[in-house]
Design a protein around this ligand. Structure first.
Ligand SMILES: [Zn+2]
Length: 395
């Protein structure tokens, strides 16, 4: 086909017979670019340092905090620019950066309260990927026994704005031209229900995406139920936080009631399977979530692996291992999770399809020699995939 681009948008898609001699040729299988719906870019610096040895999510978190403590706006910018370039080369054309490294070590704001957010947006511009900055509220160190919210640990102080109102004021002052801004609640461990409600209503007022880490670990669920008498999903439902603008990240340890709530509200569930297996989180019920009405997206999260094809195929492969059944998610469904549903979850409603009026974000992958058209897509998702060209906004 001939894809015509005007500005950064596809204006026409026509059969190959109309192709002019001087058109650029994308040789291979061209797909919409992928959405990395959940990223913590600075975790890239942990690659190779935390993947072996014993422990759990919680011991890994200690290593991650040590890394977080050393970053300032300049080093954050440099690390993010190279990591976003790596994402682009892997086929991600938009990234949702779940950002909570707001202030200086110890917690004092920088002179520009959004210096760290600016660093990320500048890094995405350097790498020429789209970004949705998911500005994250983080207030507490955890839910203690007895249901009281714990003080922040010293290393966590730079994550906190002190109050939900101060978070909202800082986010309101951040008006990037090229990026989108979404609202995020770090987790029910780090944000109490009243503050969750402030973030939810900020998202409503700005028609912005709302993201939250949800039920990644059984301990989070246990503390939440003990403190509030309901699961993290129940708590999110209570504050009016479920729905089509909401993305819950991980959703690994859910009750049957949680699955129904997420499904009937058409909430998006962002799975990060390469991270979830690295951190020994478990395998979320993706097949049951989709059957209940939820949508899926994928993210590279801890950056142990940056490869949208590996995330998509892992969604299906993990279900096979967990359920002893094949064919839980069709190839098309996996591609939609990786593209159009991820774009939508990040507020880029014009992305994720190759049709007129959509963003000209396109990737081309090598086609296996001899692959016939009906098998090309499955071969790309389930085989060895090499990305040979990436266009963002036609560039
Ligand atoms: Zn995360």
């Amino acid at each position: 086909v001939l894809i015509t681009v005007e500005g950064d948008t596809i204006s026409a898609v026509a059969p190959e017979t109309q192709c002019p001699q001087d058109a650029d040729r994308l040789v291979g299988l061209t797909l919409p670019g992928f959405a990395n719906t959940h990223s913590h870019v600075f975790h890239r610096a942990l690659r190779g340092r935390t993947h072996t040895g014993k422990g759990s999510f919680w011991t890994w978190r200690e290593e991650m905090y040590r890394m977080a403590a050393g970053l300032d706006p300049d080093s954050y910018h440099a690390l993010a620019a190279t990591t976003y370039a790596e994402m682009r080369a892997a086929g991600y054309t938009v990234v949702g950066e779940f950002h909570y490294l707001h202030h200086s070590p110890g917690g004092r704001p920088y002179a520009d309260g959004n210096a760290m957010s600016e660093a990320l947006v500048a890094a995405a511009a350097d790498a020429d990927v789209r970004i949705t900055l998911l500005d994250t509220l983080y207030l507490h160190g955890g839910i203690g026994t007895g249901g009281r919210y714990e003080e922040l640990e010293p290393v966590q102080r730079r994550f906190s704005d002190g109050s939900a109102e101060a978070w909202a004021a800082r986010v309101d002052a951040f008006r990037p031209t090229a990026a989108r801004v979404g609202a995020a609640i770090h987790s029910v461990r780090a944000v109490d229900p009243r503050a969750m409600e402030v973030v939810r209503s900020w998202g409503d007022a700005h028609d912005a995406p709302l993201h939250i880490h949800l039920s990644e670990q059984p301990a989070e669920n246990e503390r939440c139920v003990a403190a509030h008498g309901t699961t993290p999903t129940g708590l999110l439902a209570d504050i009016g936080g479920l729905g089509e603008r909401t993305t819950v990240v991980h959703a690994t340890h859910l009750t049957a009631g949680d699955i129904t709530s997420l499904g009937t509200s058409h909430t998006t569930v962002c799975l990060c399977p390469t991270t979830e297996r690295d951190l020994a989180d478990g395998i979320g019920p993706s097949r049951r979530l989709v059957a209940a009405g939820a949508r899926l997206a994928v993210g590279s999260d801890s950056q142990a692996v940056i490869d949208p094809f590996e995330e998509m195929r892992a969604v299906e492969h993990h279900q096979r291992l967990a359920t002893l059944r094949r064919g839980n998610h069709s190839t098309t469904a996996l591609l939609e999770a990786g593209t159009v549903d991820g774009y939508r979850a990040l507020g880029w409603h014009a992305g994720g399809r190759i049709e007129p009026g959509r963003l000209a974000d396109l990737i081309t992958v090598e086609v296996e020699p001899g692959a016939d058209p009906p098998h090309m897509l499955a071969s790309a998702v389930f085989g060895r995939t090499r990305v040979v060209s990436v266009l963002v906004g036609g560039r």
